[in-house]
Design a protein around this ligand. Structure first.
Ligand SMILES: CCCCCCCCCCCCCCCCCCCCCCC/C=C/C(=O)SCCNC(=O)CCNC(=O)[C@H](O)C(C)(C)COP(=O)(O)OP(=O)(O)OC[C@H]1O[C@@H](n2cnc3c(N)ncnc32)[C@H](O)[C@@H]1OP(=O)(O)O
Ligand SMILES: Cc1cc2nc3c(=O)[nH]c(=O)nc-3n(C[C@H](O)[C@H](O)[C@H](O)COP(=O)(O)OP(=O)(O)OC[C@H]3O[C@@H](n4cnc5c(N)ncnc54)[C@H](O)[C@@H]3O)c2cc1C
Length: 692
C-alpha cells in the first residue's frame, strides 16, 4: 500500500515502549502459555490451525492491508474474490469442515457464500431425502449451484408461524405454487440473495387441500443458470447498506405464482402425497426449524473466539499504554527513573477487562458442552429418537441469547477501555463489532429466544412440583441440571450462603449452590405469578428474560467448575488436570467469572435470600482480590488464545506491542492524505489527487 505522508525518520517512541513492556509482562506468567494454548485447541486442531494460517497469510488474494479504506462496492468485490479463492483452496487441499472453519475464522470476511455453506447446505443435509440430496446437495457441495436461506420477511422474522409466503399444492400438475401475497411477504435480509445465489430454500406456509400445515422448507431455483438473471415472476434485489456486514449481499425476493415440482419440498420429515395432497406428519412438529437449532449451537461455539479477540486487543494495548504517574506507587525503572503507569495497573481497567478474559474461558468450556449435546442429539435422532430436542432447543436458545449479548457488550467494553484509539478503525474493533453485532438478532432475536428457554424451565418446574413424589425425578437429575436444582430447592427452600470471609467465596460448592438456588427461586416466583396470581405472559416478560439468563449463567458456571474438577476422557481436560500451574490459573479465572457474574446480578442473589448484604460486600472484596491475583498473568492469558495478528488487524493489539509505529504508518496510507483540497469557489472540484 502507498504511503501518502512521509514520517520523519528521526522519530522513535519514547522509552521503554511496547515491545519491552509486553516482554516484561510475558516474563511474569506463572504458567506455560504454550501448554494452555494446547488445552484450548487440542493437538490436532493446533496443527490444523498452523497449516491453514500459513496458507491464508501467504495468499495475496486475502491481503487485508487495504480493508479499512474500502467502500461497500470494493468490500463486496473483495469478498467475492475471497469466496472464489477459498473454493479453489478447498478443492486443492481437500479441506473438510474442520479446516474450513479455521479458514473462515482467519479470513474474517463475511461473504456471499456464507449462507450457502452455513445454512443452505446444512438444511439440505438435515431435511432432504436421499434423492433430494443427490439432486441439490451434490451440486451445492461442488459450487455448481449457490444457495441461500430465505425465511425472514419484510413483515415477520421472529414469528415464523406468521410468515405470509405460501406454497400451495396443485394436485393436477403435482406442483407447488410459491407466492408472495402481500408486500410484507417479501423475503428480506437473506444473506447471499441480493446478487449471488441462484437457488433458495424458501420457508413458506404449506397449504394442501385448503389446510395450512405451517412453515416448511422448499428448494426454489431463483436465477437463470446461464444469464444469472432472476427467473420469470421472481423479483430480487439487494436490501441496501447496513450497520455492518456490508461485504455480504443480503437480499429481498418476491414470488408471483411461481411453480416448482412437488419434489422440491424438503421431505425427510413431512411429506405431501402425490395427487391426493395428503400430509404426512413429521415425528416432531418442530423438525422443520432444525437449521436454526444447529446454527444457534454453532454461534454459541463461536463466542469464545470473539471474546478472546476483543480481550487480546484491549489487554495488550492496556499493557503498552501509559498514562499518569501513580502518586502512591510510582513506577520505577531499573535506573531509578520514574515513568508513567501502564493503564493495565489501574484497578478500574482490570475490573473492566479481566472479566472478559474469564468470559472467554467460560464460553470455551460451554462450547464443548454444546457440541457434545448436539452430537448426542444427532446420534439419537438418526435412529428416530427426538427426545433430546426439547433440551437442546431450550439450552441453545438461552445460551445463544446470553453469550452473544455478553460478547457484544464485552467488545464495546474493550473498545472503550482503549480510549480514543478504540474509536479508530485501526484499533481492530470497528469492523469487528459491526460484523458481529447481528449475532444478537439473527437466528432469533435475543429477547425472543429467552421465551423459549423460559417455557421449558416453567414446564419442567410444574412437572416436578405437580408430582406427589417429586423425588421420583431424582434419577434424571444427573443428566438434567434443571431437575437437579429444582429438587435441591424443593428440599431446602431456605438455603443460606455459609461464607464468612471473602476467600470463602472461592469455594465452588458455595458458588454452585448460589446459582442453583437463585434460578430455582426465580422460576418458582414466576410460576406462582402466572399460575396462582393469574398474571399474563406479557406482563411477566422481564422476569421471563431473567430466568432464562439465570439458568444459562448457571450452565456456564457449572460447565467451568465441572471441567476443573471432574475426571474426563477429553484430551484437553486431561492436560489441564495434569498441570498444577494451569489448574491454578484456570481456577482463579473460573472464580473471577463466577463471582463477577454474581456481583453484576447481586439483586437476584439478595432477593432469593441466599446472600445477606454483608456477604455481598465480602463477595465484592473477593472480586478485587482476584483481579490482583490475575494481574501478572493477564497478558499471557490472552496470548494463550493465539489470535493471529493477521486476524486481529489491529494497531493496538499486535503481538509485538508496536502500537504507535503502526498507528502512524497506517494513518499515512489513508487515501485522503493523497488528496488536496481546492478552495477556489469558482471551481467545481473540491478535492483532487495531490502531486506527491
Ligand atoms: C480460543 C480457543 C479457540 C479454539 C477453537 C478455534 C475454532 C475456530 C473457529 C471459530 C469460528 C466460529 C465462527 C462461528 C460463527 C458462526 C456464524 C454463523 C453464521 C450464521 C449466519 C446466520 C445468518 C442469519 C440467518 C437467519 O437469521 S435465518 C432466520 C432465523 N430466524 C429465527 O431464528 C426466527 C426465530 N423464531 C423462531 O424460531 C420461532 O418463531 C419461535 C421459536 C420464536 C416460536 O416458534 P413457534 O411460534 O412456532 O413456537 P411456539 O413458541 O408456539 O412453541 C411451540 C413448541 O415448539 C418448540 N420449539 C420452537 N422452536 C423449536 C425448535 N427450533 N426446535 C425444537 N422445538 C422448538 C417450543 O419449545 C414449544 O414447545 P412446547 O410446546 O413443548 O413448549
Ligand atoms: C445481518 C443479518 C443477516 C440475516 N440473514 C438472514 C438470512 O440469511 N435469512 C433469513 O431468513 N433471515 C436473516 N436475517 C433476519 C433475522 O433472522 C431476523 O431479523 C431476526 O430473526 C429478528 O426478526 P425481526 O427482524 O422480525 O425482529 P422483530 O421480531 O420485529 O423484533 C423487533 C423487536 O421486537 C421485540 N419483540 C418481537 N416480538 C416480541 C414478543 N412476542 N415479545 C416481546 N418482544 C418482542 C424483539 O425483542 C425486538 O426487540 C438476518 C438479519 C440480519 C440482521
Amino acid at each position: 500500500m502507498v504511503s501518502y505522508v512521509k514520517i520523519p525518520s528521526h522519530l522513535k517512541p519514547s522509552d521503554p515502549q511496547g515491545p519491552d513492556l509486553l516482554t516484561q509482562e510475558r516474563n511474569l506468567a506463572s504458567f506455560d502459555v504454550k501448554e494452555l494454548t494446547l488445552v484450548l485447541y487440542g493437538i490436532k486442531d493446533l496443527e490444523r490451525y498452523h497449516t491453514i494460517l500459513k496458507i491464508i497469510e501467504n495468499d495475496p488474494v486475502f491481503d487485508k492491508s487495504n480493508i479499512y479504506f474500502m467502500g461497500r462496492n470494493e468490500l463486496f468485490e473483495h469478498a467475492i474474490k475471497k469466496e472464489k479463492r477459498l473454493v479453489q483452496l478447498i478443492r486443492e487441499n481437500k479441506w473438510k469442515v474442520e479446516e474450513l472453519q479455521f479458514a473462515e475464522w482467519f479470513l474474517d470476511m463475511p461473504g456471499p457464500f456464507g449462507a450457502h455453506r452455513g445454512m443452505f447446505i446444512p438444511t439440505l443435509i438435515g431435511q432432504g431425502t436421499k434423492e433430494q440430496k443427490e439432486k441439490f446437495l451434490v451440486p451445492a457441495l461442488n459450487y455448481q449451484i449457490i444457495g441461500c436461506y430465505a425465511q425472514t420477511e419484510l413483515g415477520h422474522g421472529s414469528n415464523v408461524k406468521g410468515l405470509e409466503t405460501t406454497a400451495i399444492y396443485i394436485p393436477e400438475t403435482d406442483e407447488f405454487e410459491i407466492h408472495s401475497p402481500y408486500l410484507t411477504a417479501s423475503k428480506w435480509w437473506v444473506g447471499g440473495l441480493g446478487k449471488t445465489a441462484n437457488h433458495a430454500i424458501v420457508m413458506a406456509q404449506l397449504i394442501s387441500n385448503g389446510k395450512n400445515y405451517g412453515p416448511h422448507p422448499f428448494v426454489v431455483q431463483i436465477r437463470d443458470m446461464k444469464t444469472h438473471l432472476p427467473l420469470p415472476s421472481i423479483t430480487i434485489g439487494d436490501i441496501g447498506p447496513k450497520f455492518g456486514f456490508n461485504s455480504t449481499d443480503n437480499g429481498f425476493i418476491l414470488f408471483e405464482h411461481v411453480r416448482i415440482p412437488r419434489f422440491n419440498m424438503l421431505s425427510k420429515f413431512s411429506q405431501i402425497k402425490k395427487g391426493t395432497g395428503e400430509y404426512i406428519n413429521p415425528p416432531n412438529q418442530k423438525l422443520s426449524y432444525g437449521t436454526m437449532v444447529l446454527v444457534r449451537a454453532i454461534i454459541i461455539s463461536g463466542v469464545r473466539v470473539t471474546l478472546a479477540r476483543a480481550a487480546t486487543i484491549a489487554i495488550r494495548y492496556s499493557a503498552v499504554r501509559r498514562q499518569f504517574i501513580d502518586k502512591d506507587e510510582p513506577k520505577k525503572l531499573e535506573d531509578g527513573s520514574i515513568v508513567e503507569t501502564s493503564i493495565l495497573d489501574y484497578t478500574m481497567q482490570q475490573y473492566r477487562l479481566f472479566p472478559v478474559i474469564a468470559q472467554s474461558y467460560a464460553c470455551f468450556f460451554t462450547a464443548k458442552m454444546m457440541v457434545n449435546l448436539y452430537t448426542e442429539y444427532t446420534k439419537q435422532s438418526s435412529s428416530g429418537d427426538y427426545s433430546l430436542l426439547a433440551d437442546l432447543h431450550a439450552s441453545s436458545s438461552g445460551l445463544k441469547s446470553l453469550t452473544t449479548t455478553m460478547a457484544v457488550d464485552s467488545i464495546e467494553d474493550c473498545r472503550r477501555a482503549c480510549g480514543g484509539h478504540g474509536y479508530s478503525s485501526f484499533s481492530g474493533f470497528v469492523k469487528f463489532y459491526q460484523d458481529y453485532l447481528p449475532n444478537t438478532t439473527w437466528e432469533g432475536d435475543n429477547y425472543i429466544l429467552t421465551h423459549q428457554t423460559a417455557r421449558y424451565l416453567l414446564k419442567t418446574f410444574r412437572q416436578v412440583t405437580s408430582h406427589k413424589n417429586p423425588e421420583i425425578y431424582a434419577s434424571q437429575s444427573n443428566k438434567n441440571p434443571t431437575i437437579s436444582y429444582i429438587l435441591q430447592y424443593l428440599n431446602e427452600p431456605n438455603q443460606k450462603c455459609t461464607a464468612i470471609t471473602p476467600s470463602d467465596f472461592n469455594n465452588h460448592e458455595i458458588q454452585l449452590r448460589a446459582f442453583k438456588h437463585r434460578v430455582a427461586f426465580l422460576i418458582a416466583n414466576v410460576v406462582d405469578q402466572i399460575d396462582n396470581q393469574k398474571k399474563s405472559w406479557n406482563s411477566m416478560l422481564v422476569e421471563i428474560n431473567r430466568i432464562s439468563r439465570a439458568h444459562c449463567q448457571y450452565l456456564l458456571v457449572q460447565n467451568f467448575i465441572t471441567a476443573l474438577h471432574q475426571p474426563s476422557e477429553d484430551e484437553s481436560l486431561r492436560m489441564l488436570h495434569n498441570s498444577p500451574a494451569l489448574k491454578e490459573v484456570m481456577t482463579s479465572i473460573c472464580n473471577l467469572f463466577v463471582l463477577h457474574t454474581m456481583e453484576k446480578d447481586i439483586g437476584d442473589f439478595l432477593e432469593s435470600e441466599y446472600l445477606t448484604t454483608p456477604q455481598a460486600r465480602l463477595l465484592r472484596i473477593q472480586v478485587y482480590n482476584l483481579l490482583k491475583e490475575i494481574r501478572p498473568n493477564a497478558v499471557s492469558l490472552v496470548d494463550a488464545f493465539l489470535i493471529p495478528d493477521s486476524l486481529l488487524c489491529s494497531a493496538l493489539g499486535r503481538y509485538d506491542g508496536k502500537v504507535y509505529e503502526t498507528m502512524i504508518d497506517w494513518a499515512s496510507k489513508e487515501p485522503l492524505n493523497g488528496m488536496t483540497l481546492d478552495f477556489n469557489p469558482n471551481n467545481d472540484t473540491f478535492i483532487r489527487k495531490a502531486k506527491l
